[in-house]
Ligand binder design. Structure first.
Ligand code: CTP
Ligand code: MG
Length: 228
């Protein structure tokens, strides 16, 4: 087994409303299932570890283990207090050479993007999807604008992120308890001294965070994320 996908889906969705985002429905299907479908459709992914809130592990195991629609889901594990804890719980259950981490709250990634990130990680060890900034970017000074920042130097980091599992385990060992403070694993890896490569992500691969994001997701689900 070369690539295990870890899907952190153990958040509470406090910025989006009352229901955790992974359970909110787009065209009658939970956000999590859109994400699972896209990750499962990638030939680059061999198996999937789903990370859910501790109280939901039994219910989610019943629903997604031995599920004919998502046969790659191999285990369901309990999440932690922070996203980084949830991801680490999943990574600890993996035995593959590479791990791919993808937020449950990004339902519109495409299988070709998964392939690009995996292929780059096989060459470089660690790779994330990222988007160049297209808007004008300024520093923020209270109610006023601060200095302009050269946007050509900036990247907006997405998932999927793919790491050689041994390297990620090494970073956990180096950073110990600090490891779960980072908002993503590229930040953890860089702080532990690893270089991380990037490939161009996808605009539709945004993370549902706010109620407006959810409305946008409903529109995309309705009209389709891409032409093909
Ligand atoms: N996540 C997780 N475990 C946590 C926190 C987050 O597995 N303790 C997951 C979420 O379910 C989501 C992804 O990490 O798929 C990205 O996190 P975020 O967008 O912050 O989601 P929430 O933490 O659920 O939302 P909020 O921060 O608004 O409460
Ligand atoms: Mg969060």
């Amino acid at each position: 087994m070369k690539v295990t996908a870890i899907i952190p889906a153990a958040g509470s969705g406090s910025r989006a409303g009352s229901t955790p985002k992974q359970y909110m429905e787009l065209l009658g299907k939970p956000v999590l299932e859109w994400t699972l479908a896209a990750v499962s459709a990638s030939e680059a992914v061999d198996s999937i570890i789903l990370v859910t809130p501790a109280n939901d592990v039994d219910m989610m195991s019943g629903k997604y283990l031995k599920n004919k629609t998502f046969p790659k889901v191999a285990s369901v594990v309990s999440g932690g207090a922070k996203r980084g804890d949830s991801v680490r719980n999943g990574v600890m259950q993996a035995a593959s050479e590479f791990v791919l981490i993808h937020d449950a709250a990004r339902p519109f990634l495409s299988p070709p993007l998964v392939k690009r990130v995996v292929e780059s990680a096989m060459a470089h060890g660690c790779t994330t999807a990222a988007l160049p900034a297209h808007d004008t970017v300024k520093a923020r000074q209270g109610e006023f604008l601060g200095a302009a920042v050269d946007r050509s130097t900036l990247l907006l980091i997405q998932t999927p992120q793919v790491f050689k599992r041994e390297a990620l385990l090494k970073a956990y060992e180096i950073k110990k308890d600090e490891a779960s403070d980072w908002t993503d694993e590229t930040s953890l890896m860089q702080s532990a001294g690893f270089s991380v490569a990037w490939v161009v992500g996808e605009t539709v691969n945004f993370k549902i965070t706010t109620p407006d994001d959810f409305r946008l997701a409903q529109a995309i689900a309705h009209f389709g994320a891409r032409e093909t």
